[in-house]
Design a protein around this ligand. Structure first.
Ligand SMILES: Cc1cc2nc3c(=O)[nH]c(=O)nc-3n(C[C@H](O)[C@H](O)[C@H](O)COP(=O)(O)OP(=O)(O)OC[C@H]3O[C@@H](n4cnc5c(N)ncnc54)[C@H](O)[C@@H]3O)c2cc1C
Length: 358
């Protein structure tokens, strides 16, 4: 996103990606309206929407499938974009990477950053191919375990949330017209969302155990077992799981840099600065917004110090709100006895804030 937004303004960009090819994990992602608004800024929203499954509400259900309530998703990206949608991660990546290559950016796959040193008014980056090049600004958009963040000694506070997630991608069941969440069942929560006219992704939020503790059994069997006890569309989803189903299991945690997200001329954005559990499905949206705001400020011609200071003013509170509220939602799911738990209320108030400018 940042590469596209900077190239739109005619700036030279070197994009270093550690992987040797564009490769996203093969399941779904919810792209909220504010993420679509950011995607539209770089000219790719129409393609992303056309390849996915837009919807406009979230249904909360009891474990047996009874309706608790339906929350109409606010138009976070404005009235001319879907309020929210499901997509396949690899499709989103395909659209973005195709545009990045076409943008004229200097894309270097299979390249990591080994060292960063201040030099003059810029920063010298030593890349994994041994070259050392001088840049005005280095931006680490390198994920929750950011190497760039460590290289410049930025401290991030890690908060485990006490849960793990099973995720699968499979055929969209008939009647699945929006995202649905099942509360109060045998696990912390189960849910799904359509991601294309005929595909969906489903997940179960579970206790945080090491995968090995389940023994040496295929993931599809384990996930089907952990999803037992949920009604509604779940029996059909469980029946659709087989040895070829793409399943991912991981622990969830949150990471946040409490102070500025930069040192000198090195800034981190996205999950490198603020990773959250997916309770609001806003992680990628926050990363996309970071990119747009940063490119906007750079394009306005401020000097680097001013860009970085203004960037923090616009991004820090909003991203921290998403992390804090996502962690709060996760805690309420792990321990429903916590007094005052109001997940629907917190989701609504978070979305109301996110509908505002970024
Ligand atoms: C279970 C789960 C479900 C989620 N669901 C949603 C959702 O529905 N909606 C949503 O908006 N968000 C969701 N998120 C959050 C979302 O996935 C992240 O917020 C988003 O991917 C962050 O993007 P990023 O570009 O900052 O980091 P990443 O997506 O982690 O990308 C980092 C990139 O940097 C590369 N890289 C890493 N290290 C180096 C290095 N040293 N040198 C060069 N390159 C490097 C990596 O290969 C990768 O390509 C979810 C997260 C989880 C864990």
């Amino acid at each position: 996103m940042l590469t596209l937004a900077l190239r739109q303004r005619g700036l030279d960009v070197v994009l270093a990606e550690r992987q040797t090819e564009w490769k996203a994990i093969g399941h779904g992602i919810t792209i909220q309206g504010n993420a679509l608004r950011a995607l539209r800024e770089v000219g790719v929203a129409d393609e992303v929407v056309a390849a996915g499954a837009p919807f406009d509400r979230l249904r909360m259900r009891t474990a047996d499938g009874g309706l608790i309530q339906e929350i109409i998703s606010p138009p976070l990206g404005g009235d001319d974009l879907p309020p929210t949608m499901g997509s396949m991660r690899f499709l989103l990546q395909q659209v973005l990477s195709r545009h990045v290559h076409a943008s004229g950016a200097d894309v270097r796959l299979g390249t990591g950053i080994e060292a960063l040193t201040e030099e003059g008014g810029g920063v010298r980056a030593t890349l994994s191919n041994g070259s050392a090049e001088l840049f005005d600004l280095v931006v680490g958009a390198d994920g929750q375990h950011s190497a760039v963040r460590s290289l410049v000694g930025l401290e991030a506070r890690r908060r485990p949330v006490g849960m793990a997630i099973w995720r699968m991608e499979g055929p969209r069941q008939s009647g699945m017209d929006c995202a649905e969440l099942y509360y109060g069942g045998p696990r912390y929560k189960a849910g799904y969302a359509p991601i294309s006219p005929d595909r969906m992704y489903a997940y179960v939020l579970d206790e945080d155990r090491r995968l090995e503790s389940y023994g040496d059994r295929p993931l599809h069997e384990l996930m089907a077992e952990r999803a037992a006890g949920y009604g509604g569309l779940w029996p059909a989803i469980r029946a659709s799981m087989g040895p070829d189903t793409t399943i991912d299991y991981r622990s969830l945690d949150a990471t946040l840099i409490d102070g500025p997200w930069y040192r000198s001329r090195v800034l981190v954005i996205g999950d490198a600065a603020h990773a959250c559990p997916p309770m609001l499905a806003q992680g990628a949206a926050m990363a996309a917004e970071d990119a747009i705001v940063l490119a906007e400020l750079i394009g306005e011609g401020y000097d680097a110090d001013k860009v970085l200071a203004l960037f923090m003013e616009r991004r820090q509170r909003r991203a921290a709100m998403v992390v804090d509220n996502s962690v709060q939602l996760a805690r309420w799911e792990v321990d429903p006895a916590i007094p005052g738990a109001d997940p629907a209320g917190l989701m609504r108030s978070s979305m109301a804030t996110l509908a505002g400018p970024y």
